[in-house]
Design a protein around this ligand. Sequence first.
Ligand code: SF4
Length: 505
Amino acid sequence: MLPSFFDSVLQLIVRTSTDLPPDVRAAMKHSLVSEPEGTRGSQALTIIAQNIDLAADAEGAICQDTGMPTFEVHAPVGANQIWMRQQIREAVKEATARGKLRPNSVDSITGKNSGDNLGPGTPIIHFDQWERDDIEIKLILKGGGCENTNAQYALPLELPHLGRADRSLDGVKKCILHAVWNAQGKGCSPGAVGVCVGGDRTSGYTHAKEQLFRTLDDVNPDPRLAELEASIMSTVNNLDIGPMGFGGKVTLIGCKVAALNRLPASFFVSIAYDCWAFRRLGVVLDASTGTIKQWLYRDPSHPIIPMLDQAGFTRTGKEVALNAPLTERDVRALKVGDVVMISGRMFTGRDAVHSHLMKNAPPVDLDGSVLYHCGPVVMKEGQGWRVTAAGPTTSIREEPYQGEIIKRYGVRAVIGKGGMGAKTLAALKEHGAVYLNAIGGAAQFYARAIERVDGVSLLEFGTPEAMWHLTVRDFPAIVTMDAHGNSLHKDVEQESGAHLEAIGV
Ligand code: SF4
């Protein structure tokens, strides 16, 4: 068959996971200079920029959530698609074994992680034939946090803050603005949206995701849609949602809209939200050997330039040092906006752990603990383990459980991203705990704050869902919900909602 095909696909996966494409880098660099220095948004973007550089230098996963691998393949007439599919699956398996992809394929009935990213429906591989002689493969890795902020609207409908959205381009604009507002920081803003107007529910979502393969700086060939894209970009960054939903000037780095024909009775607007860790690349392969002839999205005349010329977290001197385990007094002294540097013991716990703790005693003593919403990439090394990527996951999924877990087990700090809701806020106040926002996607940056892995519990839930016992040093995070009833997330949501109303589409 094609002797280099497997290696070429493996290279594509590794590079997509570890090295952001130039157009996304350029947009993030522009974001960095747009947020005034010293603001929370600027601090978040500085960590993100360092993370982008670290990932490329060390060939580590940019974000620990390497998402749902989605391949778009164009092959010449007569090419063996069955063999290519098998090779792509093998390459995904190998990239997972090398720690470039996190095991992300979970049996929806049993909850068991396949461990190799293979399973029914994963990875996603779409084939199309074309008249050309070569093979083109594009790959996007879109994580769960931003996938959960996707939205689909059936027009006409009433939208909060925006009123009636009719079956018109103004109605479409309202849907896009609403989706971005609703995402707040949960999808790791600044993000980018792919949008499909029309189609049916299935084709609409697929086509919306396909728009994310367009470069951020291209111009829509349809002048009506080009105008809509420009209008969204000039409006949305005035909502003051900002990086990570901390408030600020940069909320979106791209908006790409396409249209499909629809049934007379249906008018769907489908929105695929991607985070700043916008990982997509492509290759063109020689159809007789499978060797890479060309990288897509990479212009060789524009070499990758570093995002930053400095290393480490830029301290202002106002950071609060916390040593875990924490006391009630430690956390009651904190207020929204404080930057903390945590050292000591930390436990990871996300969906499966939270569900488990509602019915079972914890496997470790959680009194005074710091609980990190994180599904890391962890590699076995001899008898021990090494964390290679460890950013926060979206916390709101744990909202049904978090307050009870704080109350029952004495957790003093929860770290995650995107914020939590009213139940958790009340529990923080009543029991003396805080919510700390780490910077979503900064997996390499945070992996370097982990000194060692001391152990693991509940490994039967799979690597991302297990409870990892970590020792960290100077792990930075921002207090966004304190023990006095204050929530930055609630404030930003309300203020950006007021901005949305003022826009008057
Ligand atoms: S950057 Fe955030 S939304 Fe994107 S994959 Fe990582 S954790 Fe998920």
